[in-house]
Design a protein around this ligand. Structure first.
Ligand code: DX5
Ligand code: ZN
Length: 228
């Protein structure tokens, strides 16, 4: 049975109250915290650096003290130095865009060597073929269903076919690799996206844009449970 994960993106949180926002969304049922790192070079926006990641790390835990994974999505170029800085700042999962790294295999190895799980992210127009050559070095594949850089954009439908293709690759490999989707995810499309093969769902504006985080996360879980 698939274990679904919901990963609220801090991009739509109140940056003046980040620690409280992290706690609130965990109390509301978040499984992971998605941290969008933008450098105003690879994408036209500038967000969170390693210092902020380190500052939110102690807030990312459940009431009983269990740590909640920080899922760091690097939209930066070059990749390696910042990936290591985020590993030191408490990241659990670190993903990057293959077109932002000259040596993708080396970057993946460096992330694992730093004690984190490694992920590769594919933009809407980026082919996933190269995944075949590094499947043994990735713990997560992230399919972008918007162009990276901003929250609140509409879901791009071709991501569904791409998810189906990557799901087949992962299943054929027999490896334990999570398949995450990012961009335009809401309670009213999450079921379709899960049917296409995703098991991990990033949602920014759909959760932090609403007053009641729990209500949205519960609605997403109800959709996921209904389709089983
Ligand atoms: C976009 C980011 C996303 C973004 C998603 O570059 O990677 O994580 O926050 O936001 P929504 O859910 O609003 O599309
Ligand atoms: Zn993201």
């Amino acid at each position: 049975m698939t274990t679904y994960r919901i990963a609220p993106s801090l991009l739509s949180a109140d940056f003046a109250r980040l620690g409280q926002e992290v706690r609130a969304v965990i109390d509301a049922g978040a499984d992971w915290i998605h941290v969008d790192v933008m450098d105003n070079h690879y994408v036209p926006n500038l967000t969170i650096g390693p210092l902020v990641c380190r500052a939110i790390r102690p807030h990312a835990q459940r009431a009983d003290g269990t740590p909640v994974p920080l899922d760091v999505h690097l939209m930066v170029q070059p990749v390696d130095a910042l990936a290591l800085a985020f590993a030191e700042a408490g990241a659990d999962w670190i993903s990057f865009h293959p077109d932002a790294s000259i040596h993708v295999d080396r970057s993946l190895q460096a992330i694992r060597a730093a004690g984190c799980r490694s992920g590769l992210v594919f933009n809407p127009a980026e082919p996933v073929d190269r995944l075949e050559w590094v499947l043994d070095k990735v713990d997560l594949v992230l399919i972008m269903s918007v162009n990276p850089g901003f929250g609140g954009q509409g879901f791009i439908d071709s991501a569904l076919r791409k998810l189906e293709r990557v799901r087949r690759m992962i299943d054929a490999s027999g490896r334990d690799i999570r398949l995450e989707v990012d961009g335009g995810i809401k309670a009213d499309n999450i079921r379709r996206v899960a049917d296409a093969g995703a098991d991990t769902f990033v949602a920014g504006s759909a959760i932090f844009g609403q007053g009641d985080y729990r209500q949205v996360i519960d609605a997403m879980r109800a959709e996921l449970a209904a389709g089983r």
